[in-house]
Design a protein around this ligand. Structure first.
Ligand SMILES: [Zn+2]
Length: 457
């Protein structure tokens, strides 16, 4: 047992494969997967027949990229068609027979019909393996207690993530955030966890509320790991520092719920961030496309584009060239930690992108600047738009909370410094509207930084 616990990686054989070896494995699995999708599902067969590509034509990644993309809207339409034809939303796209499907998950989308995907026991084993790879790498071992403080409902970070933790032998307390902050804190008190999985915004909220709710600071909770998920802040050095100091914990950013795309950052100081290691390449092929033209972008160091993924060695609902709208920046350079493979940063969502005088701006870039001014600002802010983006009539209107310790007379000087940083780092000249601390809503689920005037969104 002690030898087992000393292993650095969960799956040493796969996690240490070279670039060439992993690509060879991907291509082998891709050919098999495309043939399977084609023969098992009318949805994929029609998609390929429409452009005259047969499974036996897939000899390279390049030929494969000629298959049309699948979008969330198309997914919803296919679900509707499936309901009409088969009486349920997934038979049209599911590749495995009904008897083999043991779980249906939904993506965390908040608008429109939820998009569902189906998993067989094999797929669940793959998901469990990916969660195990991530937490093992970060240093979690059997015997460690982890608090799961993300939404526990159909969101794929809920049940699948908890199961993955159990799979590697650690102990999960799936408390979720539905019961509120006090309940999470009560269970931390009762179960002595060493790690918490939560959104960075919830972490920030806990740091703020701990003294009031339980009479002690967040750093006295005994947590040694803070795993960020559900929103992109875990890659922001200022957010990382805030969480590391606030909890006295190591901060990791990680992603991946109940499907095949998973990544985790390295063990590194909070002021540093080298991106997340893409740890599931043996089950997920990544492509990048231009968010506007949808044309393929070559993956090389620093390439940025919209993520498109294809599940490999997957049975239930294997997505093929699916674009979910996340914008990634990829690193191919070897990482200081010595682990091979691609790394990525999630820099925003194609839907959240704003265009101001031809400059593409993601709310995450605004957050990075705002956080540089902590503790003079609380870190909470809102972008106010008069109509939905992406095109914004300048100036960009940003509400920013200033801290209680800052006298109003100091705000003009603070504003000048902030404007200068916006000019140099994001190339925009926003209009800053100061609001007192605790004015803006604190959301415990995913934080939306954009508010459209006159709406509730
Ligand atoms: Zn690394």
């Amino acid at each position: 047992m002690s030898f087992y616990k000393e292993r650095k990686l969960w799956n040493e054989k796969i996690e240490t494969l070279s670039r060439d070896e992993i690509q060879a494995l991907q291509l082998k699995r891709l050919k098999k997967q495309v043939a399977y999708n084609y023969h098992q599902s009318p949805f994929y067969r029609n998609k390929m027949d429409d452009v005259g590509i047969k499974p036996e034509d897939i000899g390279s990644f390049e030929t494969f990229s000629k298959i049309p993309l699948m979008t969330k809207d198309e997914h919803r339409r296919a679900q509707q068609e499936s309901i009409e034809k088969y009486g349920n939303p997934y038979t049209l796209m599911a590749c495995a027979p009904k008897e083999k499907i043991v779980r249906i998950n939904s993506t965390s989308g908040t608008t429109g019909m939820p998009t569902l995907y189906t998993l067989t026991q094999h797929d669940i084993d793959v998901v469990n393996e990916m969660h195990a790879r991530k937490y093992w790498r970060a240093g979690i071992r059997p015997g460690d207690v982890m608090i799961q403080a993300l939404s526990l409902s159909m969101f794929t970070g809920g049940l699948p993530l908890s199961q993955g933790i159990m799979h590697m032998g650690a102990c999960v307390v799936p408390i979720g955030i539905e019961g509120g902050t006090k309940r999470v804190l009560d269970f931390i008190g009762l179960t002595s966890p060493v790690a918490i999985i939560a959104t960075p915004s919830f972490g920030q909220y806990m740091i703020e509320k701990c003294p009031q709710l339980i009479g002690k600071d967040a750093k006295d909770l005994g947590l040694k790991w803070f795993f960020c998920a559900g929103e992109p802040g875990g890659g922001n050095p200022e957010v990382r520092k805030m969480l590391a100091q606030g909890f006295g914990a190591k901060v990791f950013d990680h992603t991946g719920g109940g499907h095949a795309f998973h990544g985790i950052s390295c063990d590194e100081p909070p002021e540093q961030f080298s991106g997340m290691h893409f740890i599931s390449e043996d089950h997920c092929l990544l492509e990048l496309i231009d968010p506007n033209t949808k044309k393929s972008i070559k993956i090389e160091d620093d390439s940025t584009g919209e993520m498109v993924f294809t599940f490999l060695d997957w049975e239930g609902g294997p997505f093929m060239r699916y674009s979910l709208g996340d914008i990634l920046q990829v690193s191919t350079k070897p990482c200081d930690c010595g682990m091979p493979g691609l790394r990525f940063r999630i820099i925003g969502r194609a839907d959240d992108m704003l265009i101001i005088k031809g400059v593409n701006v993601y709310p995450e870039a605004v957050k990075t600047i705002v956080f540089k001014f902590r503790p003079k600002v609380t870190g909470f802010f809102r972008i106010l738009l008069s109509k939905p983006g992406p095109l914004v009539e300048p100036p960009l209107n940003i509400q920013i909370e200033y801290d209680k310790s800052v006298p109003e007379a100091d705000l003009p000087a603070l504003e000048q410094k902030m404007l200068s940083m916006f000019k140099h780092e994001v190339r925009i000249a926003p209009q800053i509207n100061w609001v007192p601390a605790e004015t803006l809503p604190r959301e415990m689920k995913k934080t939306s930084f954009i508010k459209i005037k006159g709406t509730n969104t």
